[in-house]
Design a protein around this ligand. Structure first.
Ligand SMILES: [Fe+2]
Ligand SMILES: [Fe+2]
Length: 347
C-alpha cells in the first residue's frame, strides 16, 4: 500500500515555518499563520484580488424581470436548459465549499491555505447566489426539482458521482497519486466544468434574456477565474518541488475524460435547441477551453485543431462588461461592487 500523506496538525510546536524549508505540500508547519513571511508571492497577490472581488448576490438587481422573462420569453428548451445548468452549477459549488478544506489540510503554506479559505467562502456565496436566483425566478416546487435534478436525471447523477468519487478516493486513501488526481480534479472543475453553463447564460444575455442572472454569473465567473489560477499554480509548484508526483499522462487522461463528459452533458441539457449554441460549437468550445487550460500548465494542446474560441461574440460582450480576466496577461479588471486590486498571479 502506498504511503499516506500526513495531514497538518492543528498545532505543531516542533514545526518549522521558515521560507527556506517551506514546500507546497509535505512540509512540517507549526499551524501558525505567519503571513508576513511569504514564499509563494502569487498567493499573496491573489489574496488581494480575491478580497477586492467581494460581492453579495442580494445586491444584484433585476431578478424580478428575469422571473417574467423566464415564464414568457424563454422557449421550453431554454427553460429546461436554465434549470439543468443551474442544478449542475449548484452541485459544483456545494462540493467545492465542503471539499476544499480537505485538500487544504495537506497544503503546507499558510499563504496558500489563506486563499483556499477565501475560495471556500466564495463557493458558499455562489451557492447562495443560485438560491437567490431560484427564489425569485421559479416557484418552490420547481426549485426543489432543480436542486435534486440528479435524482431523476441519470446523466447528471453519473456526472456528479464521477466528480465526487475523485475527491472521495483521496479522502479514503490520501496517497500521492490520489492527491495529485484530486488537485487535477479541482482544476478541471474550476476551469472546464462551469464554462458551457456560463456560455449558455451569456448567450441568453446576448439575446437580452435573463439579464440579472447573467449579471450574477459574471460575478461568479470572476471568482471562478481566480480559482482556476490557484489550482494551476498549486500544480506548477508540485511539478517544481515534487517532480516525481507530476504525471502528464494522468493529466491528459483526466482532461480527455472531462472533455468527453462535459460535451455529453452539454449536448444532453442544451441539445441543438438553443439559438447561438449548437452541438458542434459545444464540441469546439470545450476542446478549445481544454487547450487553454493545459497551456496554463505549460502543456501542449490535446486538440490542436481547436485553437480558437467559437463564441468570440460572447468574449467581446464579457470584455464590455469589464469583468473578464485575462489569463495570459494575468490581470483582473473591475466589475462594479468593489474595486479589485490588480495582481500578477503567475510565478
Ligand atoms: Fe464557485
Ligand atoms: Fe470555484
Amino acid at each position: 500500500m502506498a504511503e499516506y500523506l500526513q495531514k497538518n496538525k492543528i498545532f505543531n510546536p516542533e514545526g518549522d515555518d521558515s521560507i527556506a524549508n517551506r514546500t507546497i505540500i509535505k512540509g512540517n508547519v507549526t499551524g501558525l499563520f505567519n503571513l508576513g513571511d511569504v514564499k509563494y508571492n502569487w498567493a499573496k497577490q491573489m489574496y488581494q484580488v480575491m478580497i477586492g472581488n467581494f460581492w453579495v448576490p442580494e445586491k444584484v438587481s433585476g431578478l424580478q424581470d428575469d422571473a417574467i422573462v423566464y415564464k414568457q420569453g424563454l422557449s421550453p428548451a431554454e427553460q429546461r436548459a436554465y434549470r439543468g445548468i443551474i442544478s449542475f452549477l449548484t452541485f459544483l459549488d456545494s462540493l467545492q465549499t465542503v471539499n476544499l478544506p480537505h485538500f487544504s489540510d495537506y497544503i503546507t503554506s499558510s499563504e496558500v491555505n489563506l486563499i483556499l479559505s477565501i475560495q471556500s467562502y466564495q463557493e458558499a456565496i455562489h451557492s447562495q447566489s443560485y438560491t437567490t436566483i431560484l427564489e425569485t425566478v421559479v416557484d418552490a416546487k420547481e426549485r426543489e426539482e432543480i436542486y435534486y435534478f440528479w435524482r431523476d436525471d441519470k446523466h447528471l447523477l453519473k456526472r456528479n458521482k464521477f466528480i465526487g468519487d475523485i475527491y472521495q478516493r483521496f479522502l479514503d486513501e490520501p496517497n500521492d497519486k490520489n492527491f495529485f488526481a484530486g488537485i487535477i480534479g479541482n482544476f478541471l472543475l474550476e476551469s472546464l466544468y462551469f464554462y458551457n453553463g456560463f456560455a449558455f447564460f451569456d448567450t441568453l444575455a446576448y439575446n437580452s434574456k435573463m439579464i440579472a442572472t447573467g449579471r450574477m454569473i459574471n460575478y461568479i465567473r470572476r471568482d471562478e477565474l481566480t480559482h482556476v489560477a490557484i489550482f494551476a499554480n498549486i500544480l506548477k509548484e508540485i511539478k517544481k518541488e515534487f517532480p516525481e508526483m507530476w504525471d502528464e499522462k494522468l493529466i491528459n487522461e483526466m482532461f480527455a475524460e472531462a472533455v468527453k463528459q462535459e460535451i455529453d452533458w452539454t449536448h444532453h441539457i442544451l441539445g441543438n435547441d438553443i439559438p447561438g449554441i449548437s452541438k458542434d460549437s459545444t464540441v469546439k468550445y470545450t476542446k478549445y477551453l481544454a487547450n487553454t487550460r493545459l497551456a496554463m500548465l505549460n502543456m501542449p494542446p490535446l486538440y490542436p485543431d481547436e485553437m480558437s474560441n467559437p463564441y468570440k461574440h460572447l468574449e467581446a460582450m464579457a470584455d464590455n462588461n469589464s469583468e473578464k480576466t485575462n489569463f495570459f496577461e494575468s490581470t483582473v479588471v473591475n466589475y462594479t461592487q468593489s474595486s479589485s486590486m490588480k495582481g500578477t498571479w503567475d510565478f
